[in-house]
Write a protein that binds this ligand. Structure first.
Ligand SMILES: CC(C)(COP(=O)(O)OP(=O)(O)OC[C@H]1O[C@@H](n2cnc3c(N)ncnc32)[C@H](O)[C@@H]1OP(=O)(O)O)[C@@H](O)C(=O)NCCC(=O)NCCS
Length: 93
């Protein structure tokens, strides 16, 4: 799920059923979504990801996103600790 304003898109969430994770569905969902966004004239995609979310960070790194910002103590965890949000950016071709 994403939102689009002018030529900038923001990915709000991506989720794969836990049973099917690790089978490149995340990669395929993102690639299909980038095609849709490009057709709608998006040029840049942003997102925020929890620094501690290894699978999501792997996915975004492999899809060409670069870290362009960091928001300290952005996510509050159940144990009341906090983790940073990384702001990531990717240019669409
Ligand atoms: C993030 C998510 C969408 C990835 O979906 P997926 O279908 O499992 O992803 P893929 O199989 O396409 O793999 C994406 C990358 O993550 C890696 N990965 C998958 N599971 C992993 C795990 N448990 N730990 C570390 N890396 C993992 C894969 O190896 C792959 O990296 P690679 O291309 O270098 O091999 C899925 O884990 C998910 O739904 N997580 C919960 C929701 C969430 O955190 N969404 C992101 C919010 S910003």
């Amino acid at each position: 799920m994403s939102r689009l304003a002018a030529d900038e898109a923001e990915i709000l969430t991506i989720v794969v059923d836990p049973t099917f994770r690790g089978h490149r569905i995340g990669h395929r969902l993102l690639e299909a979504h980038f095609e849709t966004l490009a057709r709608r004239k998006a040029k840049i995609v942003f997102l925020e990801v929890d620094e501690s979310n290894g699978p999501a960070r792997n996915l975004y790194n492999r899809q060409g996103f670069m870290v362009v910002g960091r928001r300290e103590a952005y996510y509050r965890n159940r144990d009341s600790s906090a983790t940073a949000a990384l702001v990531m950016r990717k240019a669409l071709n």
